[in-house]
Design a protein around this ligand. Structure first.
Ligand SMILES: *[C@@H]1O[C@H](CO)[C@@H](O)[C@H](O)[C@H]1NC(C)=O
Ligand SMILES: *[C@@H]1O[C@H](CO)[C@@H](O)[C@H](O)[C@H]1NC(C)=O
Ligand SMILES: *[C@@H]1O[C@H](CO)[C@@H](O)[C@H](O)[C@H]1NC(C)=O
Ligand SMILES: *[C@@H]1O[C@H](CO)[C@@H](O)[C@H](O)[C@H]1NC(C)=O
Length: 644
């Protein structure tokens, strides 16, 4: 059946007579909004999107574009005339109210806009680069009708040199063809599914992060890897787009703005600059140093923080260490979902609000759960002082069809991109490869060589190879998921897939998840989601009193496990409610903080005190071996280990 819109569009294409026929953009009412929905406007995400490689000359292409569905994969070869049938706000997920489309199950589609290039941007051999911060899932990009590049993978940046395709004094046409199979295929997709239910949510399709242009000199710095450690050593690799071994100058400024170190070297090779006695970065004191790098005519700004994350035995127990000291890590499972924007936070302020709330409760960590955020998220964590445990977005959860070899290779390729793109953010301290066995093949154990591969790309962080089940001993963490009661670093385990292992860091990758149905005005009212509320691990329908009591009990239990056993950190599920899950510190719309703030602050401080006690304290109470027979959890079954 052909819809009226399709009919008009085909007539337009035939007659080329429907310019300006695009249906105007309208913010559509999402099932639930947030305090920021009405502030999105038509100039969303105006901030410079790449905080660790900044240039002055840039232009955002965010705003109103046009959109239309495509019939299928074959349409990629034929960009249709602009404008397309319907206006859309960029960046957005087309499933979101903010997009102005709010439709599910669109698999092939076009996005289009026009742009002009400011004068002199392409003079004297300068190049014009087109940057996409993230497009889910595959993008084919045309400028003035010529294909300029493609990208596969919904969570990373790609950059195209469009200098030879642009007109310098007039409008340029930009088309992006997008294909997004979501969970029709096994691809890195995280929580996105076509049919959302319980712990899986609405998918995101399309250009969901900033699109922008920049003008760069003929030879320019294409990437900058910076790692700074507690000894003041700053290791730098400045890559040039096409000319290796070009001289580069680096200078590092203190938080007061004084240059404290500078050095000359060449591009594309690692070198080290030492800053004597730097102020270290930590959650309590998130000190950052600004950096300027110059390569010929190219000058870029960046920053770093001096910190070392490592493992070590403290009083007989394997611990994560920040700047040489045991750091107990506590924070929420952070899905990064929004009722109005799905994957795209409505505004920067909204995104940072979540982080500030986490910080204000006294937590020092956030586990970014099978999603990769805009770079400004990591910059905010650097600035606020939050340790980040960064998950690789998992592939489809399979029952009997594990990823094929080709799907597995693509997962590995995108894992490498995630690590390379984010390895200069001081806040990120751990990479997570697999979550709860999702997409994890077990006919061989890919987590072993993937752990080695991640360490090769980035030796300055820890690796949590598998969080929650299918643990074969890889990586730095021994990490189980146990709802609702924690079993953190305990020498017993009711979880056959994650047996106790004192050689690695004892960690509770997920626990908690207790819930309370909010008032209807704060609930995601989609019937499919409402139907699954009763699947919440522990639901306190009787009221918030019992919810507060149970939350307190769980944090006390965790504290006891810190005092007695090898527990080095934990992740509480979760920052906010998400769709049919009603177990957040806050409701999905961020309008109600559900937790008893004062109680939580006390209980969280209690965890850190207990951890400090273990550093001061005498011997360990959980040497491997003798306590193996201890009980306490549900034994011999999956009863306590639920997916999330
Ligand atoms: C782009 O340019 C075409 C041709 O000049 C024009 O008809 C159309 O309205 C423009 N589209 C947008 C989205 O600005
Ligand atoms: C790192 O810093 C320490 C102390 O300042 C110094 O002794 C060491 O040589 C440095 N390492 C490198 C690789 O520069
Ligand atoms: C460091 O850089 C940031 C971003 O440009 C700037 O806001 C800040 O003022 C700089 N700090 C100092 C001390 O110059
Ligand atoms: C939740 O309620 C639905 C009916 O709405 C029912 O089919 C399902 O079995 C219930 N699930 C649980 C875990 O109680």
């Amino acid at each position: 059946m052909i819809t009226i819109t399709q009919l008009i569009l085909s007539l337009c294409t035939l007659l080329l007579a429907c310019a300006d026929a695009a249906a105007p953009y309208q913010l559509l009412k999402p099932p639930l909004d947030t305090p920021w929905t009405s502030k999105v406007g038509s100039n969303p995400w105006p901030q410079y999107p790449r905080p660790q490689l900044r240039r002055d000359v840039w232009q955002s292409l965010n705003g109103i574009w046009t959109f239309q569905k495509a019939q299928g994969p074959g349409d990629v070869a034929n960009p249709p005339a602009l404008p397309l049938g319907q206006e859309v706000l960029i960046p957005s997920c087309i499933e979101s109210g903010i997009s102005g489309i709010q439709e599910m199950n669109v698999i092939h589609m076009w996005f289009g806009t026009n742009f002009t290039v400011p004068p002199r941007w392409a003079d004297n051999g300068r190049r014009v680069m087109l940057n996409f911060e993230a497009v889910d899932y595959e993008a084919t990009v045309y400028v003035n009708g010529a294909e300029v590049g493609t990208n596969r993978g919904g969570y990373h940046r790609f950059t195209l040199d469009i200098t030879s395709n642009i007109v310098r004094d007039g409008a340029n046409q930009l088309h992006v063809f997008v294909f997004d199979p979501t969970d029709d295929q096994s691809i890195p997709q995280g929580k996105q599914v076509r049919r959302p239910s319980h712990i899986f949510y609405t998918p995101c399709t399309g250009i969901w992060q900033t699109v922008w242009l920049e003008s760069v000199p003929k030879d320019f710095i294409s990437s900058l890897d910076i790692t700074a450690d507690m000894n003041g050593n700053v290791t730098v690799v400045a890559r040039s787009w096409h000319k290796e071994n070009t001289p580069v100058d680096i200078s590092i400024a203190s938080p007061q703005g004084d240059v404290v170190a500078s050095q000359q070297h060449v591009s594309d090779q690692p070198f080290t600059v030492n800053v004597p006695s730097p102020m270290l970065w930590s959650p309590d004191s998130p000190t950052l140093y600004n950096i300027t790098v110059i390569m010929g005519d190219d000058e870029v700004k960046s920053y770093t923080g001096f910190r070392t994350i490592s493992t070590g035995v403290v009083n007989g127990i394997q611990r994560p260490q920040l700047n040489g000291e045991f750091v107990f890590m506590f924070g929420p499972l952070d899905q990064g979902y929004w009722p109005d924007g799905i994957y795209t936070p409505p505004t920067l302020e909204a995104m940072v609000y979540d982080l500030e709330l986490i910080k204000s409760l006294g937590m020092n960590m956030v586990r970014k759960h099978i999603k990769v955020e805009p770079d400004l998220f990591y910059e905010a964590c650097d600035r606020l002082g939050l340790l980040v445990m960064q998950d690789m977005p998992s592939m489809r959860v399979f029952t009997n069809a594990p990823p094929t070899d080709a799907e597995q290779r693509e997962f590995e390729r995108q894992l490498e991109i995630m690590v390379n793109e984010h390895k200069s953010y001081p806040s990120i301290v751990t990479w997570v490869i697999y979550n709860e066995g999702w997409g994890q093949r077990t006919n061989y154990y890919p987590e072993f060589f993937l752990t080695d591969r991640v360490r090769e790309l980035d030796s300055s962080r820890l690796v949590n190879s598998v969080t929650g089940w299918h643990d074969h001993g890889a990586g730095d963490y021994h990490d189980n998921h146990h709802y609702a009661e924690p079993q953190c670093g305990t020498p017993w385990s009711s979880l056959p897939n994650t047996p106790y292992d004192p050689k690695r860091i004892g960690f509770q990758g997920e626990f908690g998840g207790i819930g309370h149905r909010p008032a209807d005005e704060n609930l995601w009212p989609v019937p499919e989601a409402v139907r699954t509320i009763n699947e919440t691990y522990e639901l306190h329908n009787a009221g918030l009193e019992s919810y507060h009591y149970r939350a307190h009990v769980l944090l006390q239990l965790l504290r006891e496990q810190v005092e007695k056993y090898a527990c080095s950190g934990a992740v509480y599920t979760q920052t906010t409610d998400v769709e049919g899950e009603v177990n957040g510190l806050m409701t999905y719309d961020r309008r109600v903080v559900r937790v008893d703030v004062e109680q939580w602050k006390k209980d969280i401080q209690g965890l850190y005190e207990a951890a400090r006690g273990r550093v001061r304290g005498a011997g360990p109470e959980n040497r491997p071996g003798p306590h193996k027979s201890g009980g306490g959890g549900a034994r011999g079954g999956h009863s306590g280990q639920q997916p999330h």
